[in-house]
Design a binder for this molecule. Structure first.
Ligand code: ATP
Ligand code: MG
Length: 440
């Protein structure tokens, strides 16, 4: 039995493997198969060092949707499982209550149903006793599911605040175990407990390297493309493994694996595959209104920009510190990047946010509203860079196309209405008085 195959069988324990201590037990819950896992050598080494050498008690793996948080946690847990008496994996995707999670943890850690404490506080205390007396590795996946959407502070969803108490106890009370949490957002209260020399730490995953990105494609089938075309497609999706898997599938289905054809098409049509759209939509919808506004700005702007320039763009003037606060929160949630003090977005995010912006723009024109119209001074984003100028021209063209479509639609609507009015007037003339009475 391979290590990876252990993970596919939730009921399987590692006690059958000779090199594990007899007491070692694992419940892999919904952990994913990582038999095809590439790269991440440095990240895995760092995490292993933190858990095994530095004895960290709480580690959060952060990163945007699809970047590989779950896969990394699974790969790591497999690598280090022999160092623990108990390994348990639970997903928080469906937002289980804290009571449910604690009950499952305690039962797995050997507590009998009849002996389980009644209250959440007592259950946390009992768990802490067990984490002190046994070396356990607990993995909680999809941590963002218990956090509030549209909140940049990592507050817990209503009814889930006691998870904060659990994390606090695991972080602050001495014990010999480790909780590995994956999340796209950092839960409130963790940042101030973290430190290079403290037992609470977090790691943020970024995209895969080119060679690893290519391997992800090759899992799907055979592709043709020059070195620069490969580079271009992997960079466009910023090495996000899930996005690469989706794009690879699309390129195979639509372009028979020809990357060159795909790149030409993408330039013309700004193609976004539905599945990528839904990952980004999920992430975008969790942002606050102000974060979303800033994301639109960065997408329109396209090139990286310093905070002072962004401040100029904002119609509802923000102080530099307010703006920085929003930018830091966006950096924390990964949809933007910083290089040499300039902020920008990854190309496929720019593509998604621009499309979303245009949809909103058209919607507002149709409904005669002016929220986004008035908040984004599109025409003032002047630039001397010809490529950016052409991009802005493209955005403007799409907007005017939308206005044209709307105007044509309204003209047609008016024509149809007139035709119907004329028809009913003609019909009316030919009706008998009795028929008119019945219709009235
Ligand atoms: N290093 C890697 N090598 C090969 N495949 C990978 C790697 N990292 C991630 N993947 C694959 O990419 C996909 C997305 O990864 P994963 O589910 O771990 O992302 P995630 O960050 O947990 O996403 P979400 O935020 O939606 O939970 C999965 O199919 C996973 O197997
Ligand atoms: Mg995940």
């Amino acid at each position: 039995m391979t290590e990876e195959s252990l993970i596919q069988n939730p009921s399987c324990t590692s006690s059958g493997l000779k090199r594990f201590p007899i007491k070692n037990q694992a419940d892999w819950g919904e952990a994913i198969d990582v038999s095809a896992f590439y790269g991440r050598i440095d990240e895995l080494a760092k995490l292993e060092q933190w858990i095994l050498n530095d004895r960290c008690r709480l580690i959060t793996i952060l990163g945007m949707g699809g970047i590989g948080k779950t896969a990394n946690a699974a790969k790591l847990a497999i690598q280090i499982q022999s160092q623990f008496e108990y390994v348990i994996w639970r997903s928080l995707r469906n937002a289980p209550s804290i009571d449910e999670i604690l009950t499952q943890l305690l039962q797995f850690l050997g507590q009998r149903q009849n002996d389980l404490p009644k209250t959440v506080d007592e259950k946390i205390l009992r768990l802490m006793e067990t984490l002190r007396s046994h070396r356990c590795l607990i993995i909680l996946d999809n941590g963002e599911s218990i956090l509030q959407s549209g909140d940049s502070k990592g507050n817990y969803r209503e009814g889930y605040e006691e998870y904060g108490h659990l994390l606090r106890c695991i972080a602050e009370i001495p014990h010999q175990s480790c909780l590995l949490l994956t999340s796209s957002e950092k839960p409130k209260g963790l940042a101030n407990k973290e430190g290079e020399h403290l037992p609470v730490r977090s790691i943020r995953l970024t995209g895969l390297q080119l060679a690893e990105g290519r391997k992800i494609f090759q899992l799907k089938g055979t592709f043709s493309g020059s070195k620069s075309e490969w580079e271009s497609v992997i960079k466009h999706y910023a090495g996000n493994p899930l996005a690469l898997k989706i794009v690879a599938t699309g390129i195979l289905e639509v372009f028979q694996g020809n990357i060159s054809k795909f790149l030409k098409y993408r330039q013309l049509e700004t193609l976004i595959f539905d599945d990528i759209q839904s990952i980004l939509q999920r992430q975008f919808n969790r942002l606050t209104n102000e974060e979303q506004t800033l994301m639109y700005w960065l997408a329109i702007n396209r090139e990286s920009v310093v905070v002072e320039k962004l401040q100029e763009y904002f119609v509802n003037q923000k102080s530099q510190s307010e703006l920085l606060e929003i930018l830091v929160s966006l950096l924390e949630r990964s949809p933007i990047e910083i290089n040499d003090n300039c902020f920008t977005q990854q190309p496929f995010i720019i593509q998604y946010v621009t499309e979303r912006f245009l949809k909103l723009y058209h919607q507002e024109i149709t409904l005669e509203q002016a929220k986004i119209l008035s908040s984004h001074k599109l025409l003032e984003t002047t630039t001397k860079d010809p490529s950016r100028e052409s991009q802005i021209r493209q955005i403007l063209k799409q907007i005017t196309d939308g206005i044209h479509i709307k105007a044509t639609y309204q003209q047609n609507l008016a024509k149809n209405l007139n035709r119907n009015i004329n028809k009913s007037q003609t019909m009316n003339k030919h009706l008998t008085n009795k028929q008119k009475h019945v219709l009235a």
